[in-house]
Write a protein that binds this ligand. Structure first.
Ligand code: ZN
Length: 139
């Protein structure tokens, strides 16, 4: 078994940004030479998330609108008292979606649906420089 690690660095916009990283993840897997195994995609930090989505303009609006109902911007977050910051909603949203995913590698490819892209979601209230760690294991 072989393991190859790497990372993607991205600049994001605040208060919801969604970046399609499918191409970078697929390229990383292809360059690793691993044909059968798994790839882990993990964002460093507790106010961003990684998931899959149908990457189209409607979802760019539907996801933040839905997150606004689950963890509203105007709500009182205890987190603000802890650090004097303003991103309690960002932490709650990021934790609910999760920091990473694992995708099977089959025949050197990711078995994603035609309308399923791997995305980094920025949930923080400030623009951020993000590091997404990639690790592919297999043979
Ligand atoms: Zn905070």
């Amino acid at each position: 078994m072989k393991t190859v690690s790497g990372e993607i660095r991205l600049r994001t916009k605040p208060d919801f940004d969604m970046l399609d990283i499918t191409g970078q993840v697929s390229m990383f897997v292809a360059e690793s030479g691993i044909k059968s195994g798994t790839v882990t995609v993990f964002v460093v930090g507790s106010t961003a998330a990684v998931s899959t989505v149908e990457f189209e303009p409607g979802m760019m609006k539907d996801i933040p609108a839905s997150l606004e109902k689950i963890a509203p911007s105007g709500a009182d977050y205890e987190h603000h008292k802890t650090w004097g910051c303003d991103n309690g909603k960002s932490h709650v949203r990021a934790t609910l979606i999760g920091p990473g995913i694992t995708v099977p590698v089959i025949g050197g490819k990711l078995p994603l649906g035609a309308w399923q892209q791997i995305v980094l979601m920025e949930l923080d209230t400030k623009p951020r420089d993000r590091t997404v760690v990639l690790q592919v294991s297999g043979e």
